[in-house]
Design a protein around this ligand. Structure first.
Ligand code: ARG
Length: 576
């Protein structure tokens, strides 16, 4: 049940019946203060202005038409013409009851769409860096959320597995194989790439061989293909391990790297030329876009094929968008890529639209994110200024979590301790990222993310175990709770209302790809539960009806917290 959508619909109908223009928006929102009710409609003023009548007069007319007596116990006109709605406890109780009875928490059914999510997308023979970490974590939360809602989600790991650098990489792999040191070299990809580059820059014979291999690889030469495959496989083996560790749902089957689009590129260039969009300019093939100006104020030229015949990152993204329409039949494509690539994407998509490769109904959305910064406010680096290896970062997270847990539970046995350290440590890193508005940079701070206070993974995971412990302590089986939910205390009603609002939150996250909205909601829910728990005794209550009703609310809280954390890819445990 999506209360906001439900009330919007009701008020919209009443507005029309009251004579407001058909396009009037009711603007129904959750009220910020209790005295304004649970929800308020803020659209009356705008509609009245269009009609040229006093807003309060229109509000009164709307109330005459509005039939929500079984939903609301009170509807008021406030201020210049706000409509405040006070939901009836019995109705809210019924919605909570429905959520509890449904495996999907009674979240509104959606019309299933095919949604492609482009995320993680590391590069072959290179270590994943922190930018890929953000894309991986946020993109996966989006994938989980949309799958939960029943959409057909296609995970697309746009691996950087093509380009001229592969000549150099193949030549270097060959060199290492001849020295019997290939396995060693590939175990540290960061080093591998750097050393390959060094050979290329310093050794003339090596560079020549490398350039020769590029041509051969593109021509489909078997030896070069095999060497290339090896590089891809080893990189992805290492990345898959990281995904597993991060509890990320990407598998080998989700790899749709740049090489996939390579065969399409000559056709794209020819087609853009035929359509008059691309022209020859100084030997290269260029699309000039009026939408973007260069420093001289002239249309910006986007190169799609270089003088030497090579294609570019943009050409690949043009082909890729087309492929996602033609082959994957996407309705929406979400790109989780850092904000520095925004202009690149906009240019590629402008060309895609101009060429008519995808229909207007298909959306391409750049769900961009900022950078991860160190405490000094500068890009997150090691003390010596190097890039931070993801595995090292995760090791440190687990180590720190382990020490914290050990401090609190010196008796915990080794196995449980290690598992908990993993769940809390990895959860903390992920949650720190997910809980910030992704569009801005954020500061990576160990102490904050591992704190048991505030909007953090440890707090949320602990809050979950506290709710679960109520059932454990009293050894209660959910199936024995037969009394209905009844909301008499204000803390009960508030908790039930928050629980039902899960629907609104998950819908917003699914539209905007903003997991921080889910984090903020879950944090609020955990705090609302605390308020309820302090004010409404559960197990010590003598009245069996009240006791069962409260247990049901606790049960629904546990399930909602778990489900919410699950859409974020944050694990929970029953005890900590
Ligand atoms: N491999 C790229 C990088 O490391 C990210 C690819 C993002 N996806 C895309 N369709 N361009 O920067």
């Amino acid at each position: 049940m999506n209360i906001q959508a439900f009330l919007s619909e009701k008020i919209s109908v009443a507005m029309c019946a009251a004579g407001a223009p058909a396009d009037s928006e009711p603007l129904v929102r959750q009220s910020a203060k209790v005295q304004f009710g649970d929800y308020q409609a803020n659209g009356v003023m705008g509609a009245a202005k269009k009609m040229g009548i006093p807003p309060r007069q229109l509000a009164e007319k709307i109330l005459e038409q509005l039939d929500i007596t079984d939903i609301a116990e009170k509807v008021e006109i406030a201020g210049p013409g706000f409509i405040n709605i006070f939901l009836s406890p019995a109705w809210v109780a019924q919605q909570a009851e429905n959520a509890l009875a449904d495996a999907h928490l009674n979240v509104t059914k959606v019309e299933p769409k095919t949604i492609v999510i482009d995320y993680s997308s590391p590069n072959v023979a290179k270590q994943m860096h922190v930018g890929h970490l953000r894309s991986t974590i946020i993109g996966d939360a989006s994938a989980r959320t949309l799958s939960f809602l029943g959409h057909n989600v296609v995970r697309a790991n746009h691996l950087g597995d093509w380009g001229t650098q592969f000549g150099m990489l193949i030549a270097f792999l060959e060199k290492k194989q001849n020295e019997n040191a290939a396995d060693m070299a590939l175990s540290d990809l960061e080093m591998f790439y750097r050393e390959a580059k060094k050979c290329y820059d310093e050794d003339e014979v090596f560079a020549l061989r490398a350039r020769n291999y590029v041509v051969k690889l593109q021509g489909g030469d078997e030896y070069c293909r095999t060497m290339w495959r090896k590089l891809v496989d080893i990189t992805m083996q290492q990345n898959q391990e990281t995904y597993k560790r991060l509890n990320v749902t990407l598998t080998e089957d989700d790899i749709m790297g740049e090489s996939l689009y390579n065969p399409m590129l000559p056709g794209i260039v020819a087609d853009l030329k035929a359509k008059g969009l691309a022209v020859e300019s100084e030997g290269a093939t260029v699309v000039f876009l009026d939408e973007y100006k260069n420093k001289e104020g002239e249309p910006m030229g986007v190169i799609i094929q270089k003088k030497d015949g090579g294609y570019l990152y943009t050409t690949t993204d043009i082909a890729c968008a087309k492929y996602r329409h033609d082959e994957l039949h996407a309705d929406r494509v979400l790109y989780y890529i850092d904000s520095r690539q925004h202009q690149h994407l906009m240019q590629a998509w402008t060309i895609v639209r101009k060429a008519g490769y995808i229909p207007d109904s298909m959306t391409l959305e750049h769900h961009m994110f900022g950078m991860m910064l160190g405490k000094d406010g500068r890009p997150f680096k090691t003390r010596s200024g190097g890039t931070i290896r993801l595995t090292d970062l995760l090791d440190e997270a687990q180590e720190r979590a382990r020490n914290l847990i050990l401090e609190k539970n010196p008796e915990m046995d080794e196995e449980e301790l290690n598992n908990l350290a993993r769940v809390v440590g990895i959860g903390a890193v992920k949650y720190a990222d997910l809980s910030k508005n992704r569009t801005t940079d954020y500061i990576f701070d160990w102490d904050l993310m591992l704190s048991f206070e505030g909007n953090t993974a440890p707090y949320m995971q602990y809050a979950y175990t506290r709710v679960i412990s109520i059932f454990k302590r009293a050894d209660i089986d959910e199936s024995t709770l037969t009394q209905p939910i009844a909301l008499t205390e204000s803390h009960e009603k508030l908790l039930a209302l928050r629980l039902v609002q899960f629907d609104e939150v998950i819908m917003q996250v699914s539209r905007e790809g903003t997991p921080h909205v889910m984090c903020a909601y879950l944090y609020d829910l955990a705090q609302t539960f605390s308020g309820f728990y302090e004010n409404c005794p559960i197990l010590s209550t003598k009245d069996e009806k009240v006791r069962q009703s409260r247990l049901k609310l606790a049960r629904l809280t546990a399930r909602t917290l778990k489900q919410g954390l699950d859409t974020l890819g944050i694990e929970t445990v029953d005890r900590m």
